[in-house]
Ligand binder design. Structure first.
Ligand code: GLN
Length: 231
């Protein structure tokens, strides 16, 4: 394999601002599995000091959770990446957003103090704080990759605005997931998955292996695209 064929490129969105809940563990686990398969892994922190960003230069986009304040800061910068991320998602390339990183793909997140944090409005859902209580605790659910054990810690309740487009990622056994009413966890649209699962999520190796397959397929596609451009 040539160097570029052997190199998996991961864009970690705002890792420096949105990693309060240890979601960087997802990238560590994914990198471990990729290295076991003989790949090299490059992880770029795409943040407020990144001059420009083309999502199609990457095989996987990851966005973890954060606190409301950091989300407000990130939400001000994030729109400059909207176009490339929307095209990447629509093209079926893999994106995993956890909690705050999930919320910011929707239209908005209204926090407990009434602040409306605008999302990229790429996918039809919105999030509103839970007036009763913050949702903190263990979660258990079934998804396409099998049983998942995770941990949630959020005040935002996510509601789908178009159930034809968005499908729930998981069916709850324990905990809240999207909100206390749906009994579902997260959403799936093409190869984009959003969820409230910390823990980190990919300690569930069944999910890690499912995501790994998506990443390798995206890598093969990117390599094919590069060959077409060069030819
Ligand atoms: N700040 C958001 C909320 O409380 C997201 C939290 C998180 O990322 N865990 O809903």
């Amino acid at each position: 394999m040539s160097d570029s064929q052997n190199l998996i490129k991961i864009a970690y969105l705002y890792e420096d601002l949105m990693n309060t809940y240890g979601d960087s563990g997802d990238i560590k686990i994914l990198s471990y599995f990729l290295k076991q398969k003989g790949y090299q892994v490059q992880v770029d922190n795409i943040s407020i000091d990144t001059p420009s960003f083309n999502a199609f230069d990457y095989d996987f986009l990851f966005f973890g959770g954060g606190q409301d304040f950091e989300q407000t800061v990130v939400a001000k910068d994030f729109p400059r990446f909207r176009d490339t991320i929307a095209k990447y998602i629509e093209d079926g390339r893999p994106f995993l957003g956890v909690c705050g990183g999930y919320q910011l793909l929707g239209s908005y997140y209204k926090t407990a103090d009434g602040t409306v944090i605008k999302g990229l409005n790429i996918l039809p859902f919105h999030t509103i704080f839970n007036p009763k209580n913050r949702m903190v605790g263990n979660t258990e659910y079934d998804c396409e990759f099998g049983r998942v054990h995770a941990f949630e810690n959020h005040s935002g309740c996510t509601y789908f605005d178009d159930t034809k487009i968005l499908k729930p990622f998981g069916k709850m056994i324990e905990g809240n997931g999207n909100n206390p009413e749906y009994h579902t966890e997260g959403m799936r649209y093409k190869n984009t998955i959003g969820c409230y699962s910390h823990g980190p999520l990919l300690k569930n190796t069944n999910v890690a292996k499912g995501i790994l397959k998506m990443v390798l397929a995206a890598h093969a596609k990117r390599m094919a695209d590069e060959t077409t451009v060069k030819a």
